[in-house]
Design a protein around this ligand. Structure first.
Ligand code: HAM
Length: 436
């Protein structure tokens, strides 16, 4: 039986045109992270399952992880996220290196999910994390970096928004106001996480199953109805907890002063599915209703290093996936045309007599700093221009037997159609021509 030519379900082959899009996106990610002086790191593809069991949350462990026993009997998993890996790496070195530690990486991750628009089994994810006692400033810098990256693609507040919440506020509501126990609180977190993904009846059913006291349910519903920062701070004031919400208010105020106001929206349903978050939690959404999937998610986590018996070095960061980002950029027409290769000059010759000279020209052109594409075999004149077009060349060089004998070749600019004869002894002239 013939083998399947398609990639494994939920993974992608990146043909050159797809790879160019991916590289374009990765370069922007790198440029933005490095503009904020984040340093690149990388970790292994496989980790012990225990690393994820510690804090990643039940959905990831029960439903999404690719795990297996290796030949040595160790229970391992293909990385479904990068945060436990970076925490493990920071745990090894945090005593020796200056803080804040600002690291970024673009790993490929695997999660066993039902493939659909915006969700695949393998995706790449920009991860930027700051470790150290950086408090609100670290959180604001992370939000500023996200905005910087999106705007570097040409996106603005009409295209995306950052929905944000603070788990400390959710804890006030659950613990101080509703007075529910830890187990119910954990379940309620999961319900809030699903609140916008289910119909109102479904949400009510999940809430009813918790058998909350009527007063607690009222508070919960009042909380869920909060629409923006002003309503949140008014609510906290009303219930006598404005002091505990002061830190989050500071974040909102500073963000407004540095131009993030148009992007940040308070949303009580953002709590995030991963268990390690302890402070702010946020998700970036496309404002286009057809693409309503999180483009990016993150938050602050105070205790992740404790799983390695290390002092709690707090961290804050985010993961930004390539699948939803590519959909976002395509939807808003923010991707350049990368369908063709990017070649400076396509070098053609008409007969085998010119093979050696064409190789010589190709290496001289590379030495001048340009990308040459040697045709490697004689090309019929009538095919030269259509080939050049398909290959994505800006210029084409034609070397016929006559030119070879007389010591020159022709260079044609494919957009202006101008043509120049260049002597083999005057190759330097090409520099100015190709720069055009
Ligand atoms: P996450 O919300 O699980 O967070 O993933 C972050 C982003 O990765 C999502 O918003 C989405 O764009 C993308 N993503 C996740 N799963 C898939 C999938 N199956 N297919 C396509 N894209 C996907 C984390 O992973 C955290 N570790 C992020 C973080 C870093 N928090 C702090 N630092």
């Amino acid at each position: 039986m013939a083998l399947n030519k398609k990639p494994y379900k939920g993974t992608r082959d990146f043909f050159p045109a797809d790879k160019r899009v991916q590289d374009f996106i990765f370069n922007k990610m790198k440029t933005s992270a490095e503009a904020f002086s984040f340093e690149a790191y990388e970790g292994p593809m496989v980790e012990e399952v225990a690393l994820y069991k510690a804090k990643s949350g039940e959905e990831l462990i029960n439903d999404q992880i690719y795990s297996f026993e290796d030949r040595g009997g160790r229970f391992v998993a293909i990385r479904p996220e990068m945060t436990p890996t970076v925490a493990r790496m920071v745990a090894q070195v945090h005593r020796e290196i200056p803080k804040p530690i600002k690291w970024y990486s673009i790993p490929n991750l695997m999660r066993y999910e039902k493939p659909q628009r915006g969700r695949l089994r393998e995706h790449w994810q920009l991860n930027c994390d700051i470790f150290g006692e950086v408090g609100r400033s670290g959180e604001i810098e992370i939000l500023q970096l996200i905005t910087h990256l999106f705007t570097s693609f040409g996106a603005n507040s009409e295209h995306f928004e950052i929905l944000i919440n603070d788990r400390e506020i959710v804890n006030i509501v659950f613990n101080d106001l509703m007075k529910i126990d830890e187990e119910t609180s954990y379940k309620l977190y999961k319900i809030v996480d699903k609140a916008k993904k289910v119909k109102p009846e479904g949400l009510q059913k999940m809430i009813s199953e918790l058998s909350l006291e009527a007063s607690a349910e009222d508070i919960f519903k009042k909380y869920l109805a909060i629409k923006d920062f002003d309503e949140l701070f008014a609510f906290l004031e009303e219930v006598g907890f404005s002091e505990k919400g002061a830190g989050f208010k500071e974040l909102a105020d500073i963000s407004a002063k540095i131009g993030l106001k148009d992007y940040l929206v308070y949303d009580p349903t953002i709590v995030r599915g991963l268990d390690y978050y302890t402070g702010i939690v946020f998700e970036v959404f496309d404002k286009n209703p057809e693409n309503r999937r999180a483009l990016c998610g993150g938050g602050a986590y105070a205790n992740l290093l404790q799983i390695f018996n290390e002092n709690p070095v707090p961290g804050v960061g985010f993961g930004l996936g390539d699948v939803t980002l590519t959909d976002f950029l395509a939807t808003h027409k923010l991707l350049p045309d990368l369908s063709k290769n990017d070649v400076d000059i396509y070098l053609t010759f008409q007969s085998d007599k010119a093979v050696a000279k064409n190789f010589e020209l190709a290496s001289s052109i590379r030495a001048l700093g340009f990308k040459s594409l040697n045709s490697l075999e004689p090309v019929k004149f009538k095919k030269v221009f259509s080939n050049a077009e398909k290959l994505g060349a800006r210029f084409v060089s034609i070397l016929g037997d006559k030119e070879l004998e007389e010591g020159f070749f022709q260079v044609k600019n494919l957009s202006t159609k101008e043509s120049v004869d260049i002597k083999f002894s005057e190759l330097d002239k090409l520099r100015d021509i190709l720069k055009a």
